[in-house]
Design a protein around this ligand. Sequence first.
Ligand code: GRG
Length: 295
Amino acid sequence: MSGLQDRLKATAERVNVALDALLPKAQGAEARLLGAMRYSALGAGKRLRPFFTIEAGSLFDADQGSLLRTACAIECVHTYSLIHDDLPCMDDDDLRRGRPTLHKQFDEATALLAGDGLLTFAFELLADPATHPDPQMRCLLITALSRAAGPLGMVAGQAADMEGPQIGNDLIAVTRMNRLKTGVLINFSVDAGAMIGCGGEAEKTALSRYAHDVGLAFQMVDDLLDAEGVVRDTGKAVHKDSTRGKVNFVTVLGTQATRERVGLLAAQAKRHLAVFGPRARMLLDAVDFIVERRY
Ligand code: GRG
């Protein structure tokens, strides 16, 4: 997987440089708020969602500038969700991406507003003609991202997650919660690349199915890391769900069955990419990375 590791690193660097240039500088009357947005957005994230957008779009030789700006918009939405998820009224976490969470580093009100700022800034990025010359494509991207992130997408998943033990040991409810909380944004990340690349229907469907399975496997691995991982690797607190009475794949299925399902989903995800042949090497290797990740 060294080719993949290099590509992930290169993508993360490109995204960091682009976000640094795109985000407003921390100056003037709003310096504290803007500094907080930059603290979180420029932290050491894996940039997996941007990677998916860029790799999926590159299958169709899509414009790299459009892919990178769209990838940055998605990363802003993802970062906002992490900031809000860490707040005392949600998961109340002290550590994220290996350093203090935003409300610990700044304060709660600033963290809330920085999340709001990143969420709205994402849509400003997508609406800008620099992201894509075709206004219809920009509208399609904005609509799809707002659906994925909004009250019938990620926000709904987070609301279900906050219900905690009320979900009970119901695998269907846990799967739905995770599909919404994590899966839909990963799906959009892949779908956006195919949209910008104007992929054909069969190719777009294959990629979307891949993203569906990868998203679920990603969340299952996250639950395994919560149960078995170590803070030194994950850069965030572990054993959170079990100690807080939260329900996840591991609490419902146990580690063994969760790991088996990760294996099945990973194999299935790879199979969806057969239509692309060896061109999809990076997306194929990304499945192994997600399954084997320790952070
Ligand atoms: C607050 C509306 C709202 C939503 C929050 C994404 C989310 C919903 C909560 C995050 C809680 C969490 C840890 C979910 C598990 C899956 C996940 C999104 C992990 C973090 O993503 P990574 O591993 O993080 O890609 P990095 O830091 O690498 O970007």
